[in-house]
Design a protein around this ligand. Structure first.
Ligand code: NIG
Ligand code: FE
Length: 392
């Protein structure tokens, strides 16, 4: 147990205090409020003076493809000269290039590169992150990535949430056979070894169809996995309606989503995860705040970190893009990268600082929303997970 005091301003999704204190027991917040109102009961607890820092909840990155080998620098150059992403993918590059590099890489190469990326997220205040498989494709290769994610988790201070991603049909496979193998062999193995908490599918033009996604995700649900979708990114396919029907945790991307799509997500309680990094790099419009508000959908933000469309590792830059490109308020962007991001993982106890919530937080030298204003400058002074300092 510990009391953190000397907080100039504490900004949590649903509360804001000046000159605040925060009491933590067994990794959870037990009290938060103005320091002068700190109850007597906590006076004898060990204290840590945060010396006038600001505090916000630990950031949650609910959508990453963190584990892969190689990079797509050459592809970046080609795309910067105007070559389309889909054409490169159809010609066996793009995702397939990362798959080749990943399959050939040794375990340690995959682990240490992913660890370095997670470290970079940590230094920006990300205390919880989702990591998807998806660059293995062949059944054994996908299982290998999930087992590596579990080993990675042991090396990281952060909370890690693993997701099995049906990303693309591997070369040389018939679509039907691949889908059947995912459903009949991979999912049961994942469930039995508890290798993932969630399942996700790239449901789009040139990827899996809505019908295929439904087969995969409904089986995943039957195995007890939470379900998510890469939806309406390249083209509008109706994947949002599937997300609503399946009561998915989230529908992610949504660049091409209509008001009707977003409203159906809102009605079903599905979180809309926006990925500004990927939208910018694919030159897609991001859904605008007015539309999101009209639909009444809960909005989350994520890096979508991957080597192809979003090598982004700075959540403050993501929030700045959400302010300037989507039109979200700065406070709203913070909520999107904390409490709402946690809901996309099905974990309401993360991403907020209130009694009962998990005591993951970030101490900043500047006012809470200043790093958004500065497009990601002023990284945190220190990062705490379960009330323990894990980075400074
Ligand atoms: O989330 N949309 C599909 N998958 C990734 C990109 C993968 C890649 O290009 O390597 C995404 O944007
Ligand atoms: Fe993605």
């Amino acid at each position: 147990m510990k009391v953190f005091r000397g907080i100039r301003e504490l900004l949590s999704p649903f509360a804001r205090y000046r000159e605040a204190a925060l009491a933590v027991r067994e990794g959870r917040v037990v009290w938060v409020g103005p320091e002068r109102e700190l109850p007597e009961a906590f006076a004898s607890w060990p204290q840590e003076d945060l010396l006038g820092a600001s505090v916000v909840p630990g950031l949650v990155d609910p959508h990453t493809h963190l584990i892969y080998a190689g990079d797509r620098y050459e592809e970046f150059l080609r795309r910067s000269r105007g070559e389309p992403y889909e054409a490169i993918l159809r010609a066996g590059g793009g995702i397939y290039e990362t798959v080749r590099a990943t399959v050939q890489a040794e375990d340690e190469v995959l682990l240490s590169s992913a660890q370095a990326r997670a470290r970079s997220l940590l230094a920006h205040g990300v205390t919880s992150l989702e990591i998807k498989s998806g660059y293995g494709l062949e059944p054994e290769a996908e299982l290998r990535l999930l087992r590596l994610i579990r080993r990675l988790e042991e090396r990281l201070p952060q909370r890690v949430f693993a997701t099995l991603l049906a990303h693309a049909v591997p070369r040389g496979w018939a679509r039907k056979t691949y889908l059947r193998t995912l459903v009949e062999e991979v999912l049961p193995q994942v469930a039995q070894e508890r290798l993932a908490l969630m399942a996700d599918v790239f449901c789009d033009q040139g990827a899996f169809t809505v019908e295929e996604a439904e087969v995969f995700l409904s089986r995943a649900k039957a195995h007890g996995l939470g379900v998510r979708l890469h939806a309406e990114q390249i083209a509008r396919t109706g994947a949002s309606h599937l997300a609503a029907r399946l009561q998915a945790l989230s529908a992610d991307h949504l660049e091409m989503a209509t008001l009707e799509d977003l409203s159906s997500l809102a009605k079903a309680g599905v979180v809309a995860v926006l990925l500004p990094g990927a939208a910018l790099s694919l030159k897609k419009p991001l859904p605008q705040a007015a539309l999101l508000h009209q639909a009444g959908v809960r909005v989350a933000l994520a890096s979508d970190h991957n080597p192809g469309t979003s090598p982004l590792l700075n959540p403050w830059l993501t929030m700045a893009l959400a302010v300037h490109v989507v039109g979200l308020g700065a406070e709203e962007s913070l909520i999107a990268h904390t409490a709402h991001a946690a809901l996309a993982l099905g974990r309401p106890e993360l991403g907020r600082l209130e009694p009962g919530a998990v005591a993951d937080f970030v101490a900043l030298e500047v006012p809470p929303l200043d790093p958004i204003y500065r497009f990601g400058e002023h990284p945190p002074l220190a990062v705490y997970i379960g009330g323990e300092r894990v980075w400074s």
